[in-house]
Design a protein around this ligand. Structure first.
Ligand code: FAD
Ligand code: FMN
Length: 791
């Protein structure tokens, strides 16, 4: 077997050494265009897990790398004159140059042919033929040219990110992984610094592209850039210089924009006469993960491990081995790239988070990738989390006795106007299709909402309650347009008030073009075979093409009527005693359809740009706000993303939130999608929370996050980081009305008696004991907490 490896970075060298070690008779050649010690960059971070993987794959180089690692535990965040530290993170750093030296020496030892100062040209097909190569590895790094040469196969997707960064070194040592944030008149600059040997640290400076430009860095020489950074971070550097080793880069090229790279395929087959020879991607050439999660080298070397193992598993089936290599690694890469995406975006938007208090800013930074949860942080550093919780609880008006465990963020109260919710959990509105056919809520609603209120949530929201008979989704949706409706709702409100600490909110809406359908479980969005009613929408519309009833475009007279129906329902809701009112302007229903450019094609004052599309929903909102008691809050539910080209984007959602805030909204309930069929949402845990985060920071309004929030740990993280003020939990509440009680008990926080209905307290004591036993068993089984990743 004859193998050519293009590029002598960590991926190429490590793959070469593993292959040669396993196949001593093979000829393995690495061609590297640079000299052996010519490397750019400074230190790299490796997690404990990666180091263990390296030790297992090749104990000799693993031991040499292990001996050189500089270890540290803490992360320090310097922001607005404060320094906040959290521990237990357990990283290891190594100089990139030292790592390459070790790999080069080990390659030489096992018999790999190393050719430095040898640039592999674009004639690879000829070389395969002439030199009888059996396998070619493309390991040329971020700019590896073969990705483009075989672009038709690899289908690279390259997304150049918005920040500029420069990778510097400094003889200043740091006893923690250090993040330093400095504000200038042009914007924020941040440094990511970590020590990687006894005397040196990596010091990466990063800033938004527009800040970089405004600060004039684009026209500075490298020396001027470095002097600029030294002045900016003088306090952190303590007089130590910053040093560049990117000697081959000149002028503004030293400041790079990070390319996020993904390739659909990693294997290209070269036709070499009677043979087909694979050209296989490993490392950065195939995929990148932003430096802020410190995983590029790890991914590159773990690719090499997986490739070697796959070939060894089926030596007679190279095609099968390579297919398995790609299948296995692409899943791992995707997971890390998702975490890296969140992290990249966090650093791209430091200005968004800069208004947070330093405590919350640091917490948000530590949990930015959504991979480290609140309880993970507690496992790493219980004192840090306790201090943070104390600070958070204090801000909500609670006092924590010195020795007492602070109230977890999700269980802290939340006050809007004159209403205080006892905790941050909201039962998300969920249609039940169980009302009487005249729109009166039934005993089902009393039990459904009552059970969830006694189940511990802070706010229980009704399902979309319709403002008129023809505003309903189905004939079994509840409404609020008669005194009888009011009285039936008042009975439910009374139950909640009399038997729980929860508050109860009313969600009011109009189905628009999505009306007159069957019950969800008889055919979601399917039109009623008979007994339907005429539908209205901003523009003529058919929700399901060729299936739904066609809704006609509303006239101004229709708009007046609908607005007045919302006002009547609001008055009746106030009289029924609801604590909170939510206007449903999401999910493609009538008001949502005004907001989205995909469903609003009007040419009058209510269609066109966002300001025009907002006009009618705002008119309705303002009319409701005028009659809804001033001491009670109002929220608006929005779809922050249509997941469709040409539709609402999170940018638009921020603008919508600002407009509703100006009209008197207190809270935005941030959902997404369901506006048009054919949408392409990107699901995942807590998948809509980033929109709530963005709206909260940019529109400066309280938000409710919703969507695949499945436990109190996640909820704690969201509230603690200030990504939202409340978390709404939908489907888990259908499975368990006492979701909040169970999750609060899972946290092991002792002070939750007040959440429990008194008749149920005996159940709590037993549940607490069982859960404590489960926790102890889990801790014993899992051993030490996971550490060692920047995420
Ligand atoms: C600022 C910054 C900080 C980083 N921090 C970390 C970190 O903390 N932890 C971490 O794990 N990773 C980090 N990384 C990422 C890490 O450097 C890369 O992920 C890693 O080097 C990828 O290894 P590779 O072998 O795929 O590519 P590279 O290291 O880029 O190596 C590719 C090699 O191929 C050579 N080459 C290219 N084309 C040819 C050709 N045609 N012929 C011959 N030779 C060629 C190049 O000269 C180069 O030596 C960081 C990256 C940056 C930019
Ligand atoms: C059965 C069902 C009915 C729903 N009805 C409504 C509704 O009436 N109003 C609304 O705004 N959202 C409605 N939703 C959306 C939920 O409020 C929530 O946003 C969604 O289920 C995501 O949260 P989850 O992942 O916690 O379930 C409904 C969801 C489900 C599952």
């Amino acid at each position: 077997m004859k193998v050519l490896v293009v590029g002598g970075g960590p991926a190429g060298l490590y793959a070469a050494l593993l292959l040669k070690r396993r196949h001593p008779h093979a000829e393995v050649i690495v061609e590297e265009r640079n000299r052996p010690d010519d490397t750019f960059g400074w230190g790299v971070v490796l997690s404990d897990q990666t180091v263990a993987n390296l030790r297992a794959a090749d104990p000799v180089s693993g031991a040499a790398i292990g001996a050189e690692l500089h270890r540290w535990d803490d992360i320090a965040v310097h922001f607005k004159g404060r320094s906040i530290r959290s521990g237990g993170h357990g990283f290891s750093g190594i100089g990139r140059r030292r790592l390459l030296e070790i790999l080069q020496a080990r390659c030489a030892e096992v018999g790999v042919t190393l050719r430095f100062e040898t640039q592999v040209a674009d004639d690879i097909e000829t070389r395969v033929l002439n030199e009888g190569l059996d396998l070619v590895l493309g390991a040329g790094g971020v700019n590896g040219r073969y990705r483009q040469h075989f672009a038709a196969t690899f289908q690279p997707d390259i997304d150049l990110r918005h920040c500029r960064y420069i990778w510097l070194g400094t003889p200043r040592t740091f006893d923690a992984f250090t993040f330093d944030f400095v504000e200038t008149p042009h914007g924020w600059f941040q440094a990511h610094a970590y020590q990687f040997d006894d005397a040196m640290s990596t010091f990466i400076v990063e800033t938004q592209d527009r800040t970089w430009e405004a600060a004039g860095l684009w026209e500075m020489t490298e020396a001027q850039s470095i002097a600029f950074c030294e002045r900016l971070f003088a306090e952190r550097l303590g007089g130590a210089p910053l040093i560049s080793n990117a000697a081959h880069l000149r002028g503004s090229a030293q400041w790079i924009r990070f390319p996020r790279i993904a390739c659909a395929s990693w294997v290209h087959w070269i036709d070499a006469g009677a043979r087909r020879v694979p050209f296989v991607l490993v490392g950065d050439v195939a995929h990148t993960a932003h430096f802020s999660i410190g995983s590029g080298t790890k991914l590159a070397m773990e690719d090499a491990i997986a490739l070697d193992a796959a070939i060894a598993a089926t030596p007679d089936d190279l095609a099968g081995a390579l297919a398995r290599y790609h299948a296995e690694r692409s899943v791992e890469v995707l997971k890390l790239q998702n975490a890296a995406r969140n992290s990249t975006e966090w650093f791209e938007h430091v200005d968004r988070y800069a208004s947070l208090a330093p405590e919350q800013f640091a917490y948000s930074l530590l949990t930015r990738s959504q991979r480290i949860s609140h309880e993970n942080l507690r496992e790493r550093d219980a004192a840090y989390v306790a201090d943070f919780e104390r600070w958070f609880a204090d801000r909500t008006g609670l006092t924590t006795a010195p020795a007492a465990r602070p109230v977890p963020p999700v269980l802290t109260p939340f006050t809007v106007r004159d209403v205080t919710l006892p905790n941050r959990v909201v039962v998300s509105p969920m249609a039940q299709y169980s009302a009487h056919e005249d729109g009166t809520p039934s005993d089902w609603h009393l039990v459904h909402l009552g059970a969830r209120a006694t189940g511990g949530a802070g706010l229980v929201m009704t399902e979309m309650t319709c403002v008129a008979a023809d505003a309903r989704i189905t004939p079994w949706c509840p409404g609020l347009w008669t005194d009888a409706h009011r009285d039936a709702w008042a009975r439910i409100v009374r139950f909640v008030h009399n038997h729980s600490a929860a508050k109860i909110g009313l969600q009011l809406g109009h189905a628009g073009a999505k009306g007159a359908t069957k019950k969800m479980w008889e055919g979601i969005d399917q039109p009623l075979p008979e007994g339907g009613w005429p539908l209205i929408a901003p523009s003529e519309a058919q929700y399901l093409a060729g299936v739904s009833q066609v809704a006609r475009a509303m006239t101004r007279a229709d708009m007046d009527r609908v607005r007045d129906e919302f006002v009547t329902a609001t008055r009746l809701g106030a009289a029924a005693g609801f604590d909170w009112l939510e206007l449903h302007a999401a999910h493609g229903y009538l008001l949502s359809a005004f907001l989205s450019p995909l469903t609003n094609h009007r040419t009058d004052a209510y269609g066109g740009d966002l300001e025009a599309r907002l006009r009618f929903p705002l008119e309705v909102f303002a009319a409701m706000r005028a009659v809804w008691p001033a001491d009670r809050p109002m929220s608006v539910r929005l779809s922050a993303h249509d997941w469709m080209d040409g539709g609402t984007t999170p940018d638009d959602a921020v603008a919508m939130a600002r407009a509703f805030k100006a009209a008197g909204a207190d809270v935005i309930d941030v959902s997404a999608g369901q506006v048009v069929k054919g949408e392409r949402p990107v699901f995942g845990r807590m998948w809509q929370t980033p929109f709530a985060d963005r709206i909260r920071q940019e529109a400066e309004i309280a938000t409710i996050a919703v969507g695949a929030i499945s436990d109190a740990d996640q909820a704690n993280g969201i509230i603690a980081a200030g990504r939202a003020d409340l978390v709404a939990v939908g489907r888990p509440h259908l499975a368990n009305p006492a979701w909040t009680l169970l999750e609060a008990a899972r946290l092991g926080y002792p002070g939750t008696d007040a959440l429990w209905p008194k008749p149920y307290l005996a159940g709590k004591a037993q549940l607490d004991r069982l859960l404590a036993r489960e926790r102890a068993a889990r801790a014993a089984a899992e051993g030490a907490p996971p550490t060692g990743e920047l995420t």
